[in-house]
Ligand binder design. Structure first.
Ligand code: NI
Length: 254
């Protein structure tokens, strides 16, 4: 398995060595660590250079764009030459926490899409309660970067729209929640060749550890739930989602 979105730098209850060891014990071979805050960009470089099986994404999360400065563009360009930097992320729009700077969110989102296009890197998208604007901005501004809708939270209809664009959908712990009817429908409906696994650790811990701190090892519970929902084996989910991740984040297969 590959955990395609995991903030392992934010896990408090375990050391990084323990996080990596647990992941390997549960069958998670590779982990992708996104940046959220500008300060994460240096942490991502440090952690990915230390651990062979951890790859990074560089970018600024929509809730943190007040700290965006244009010199980050040069920094990301330089750092992304590293073979361990697999994409741009997480970037996008978040209208859930704070709607007071939507225009700034859009502006910085577009700048980072253009950067990903220039660098020919895939993009991990954060879209929270902003489906329409996220979709329209990507349609208008993205040229050929591959798109991953991280922690997908839309309807089956929206999932189909995204799949039609050729985008990938990453599902995490929410799919294991008993009341997450909509997400279970999405997990059953989307084509397997567009499906990715993630944890979004330390958040959104799957059942049976819901309420505790999340970690990449728990990707296993997400895969098991999807297998159950689709009536296929865990091994099939493992195999296809790993292939998808290697394809979309091509630098992690080198
Ligand atoms: Ni995230």
């Amino acid at each position: 398995m590959i955990d395609t979105h995991s903030h392992i730098n934010m896990i408090e209850g375990l050391s990084l060595d323990e996080v990596i060891k647990n992941a390997q014990e549960y069958g998670v071979e590779k982990i992708i660590l996104p940046s959220a805050y500008p300060k994460d960009i240096d942490e991502v470089m440090e952690i990915t250079s230390k651990y062979d099986n951890v790859y990074g994404l560089l970018g600024v999360h929509p809730s943190e764009v007040k700290d965006w400065t244009d010199d980050l563009i040069d920094k990301i360009k330089e750092y992304s030459k590293s073979p361990k930097i697999a994409g741009i992320g997480e970037i996008g729009l978040d209208y859930y926490w704070d709607k007071s700077f939507n225009d700034l969110q859009k502006e910085v989102f577009i700048k980072q899409i253009k950067l990903a296009n220039e660098l020919d890197l895939p993009i991990s998208i954060h879209d929270r309660e902003a489906h329409k604007d996220t979709f329209e901005i990507l349609k208008e501004h993205n040229k050929d970067s591959k798109i991953i809708m991280h922690c997908f939270s839309g309807s089956v209809e929206f999932a189909r729209e995204c799949v039609k664009e050729g985008w990938y959908l990453a599902l995490g712990g929410v799919v294991t929640f008993k009341n997450a009817i909509k997400m279970k429908e999405v997990a059953q409906d989307i084509p397997l060749n567009k499906l990715l696994l993630e944890t979004d650790a330390p958040y959104l811990t799957p059942v049976p550890y819901r309420g505790k701190e999340n970690q990449p090892a728990y990707t296993k519970f997400v895969a098991e739930e999807i297998a159950k929902l689709r009536g296929i084996t865990f091994e099939e989910v493992d195999k296809i989602t790993t292939e998808n991740a290697l394809k979309v984040f091509s630098k992690i297969s080198e």
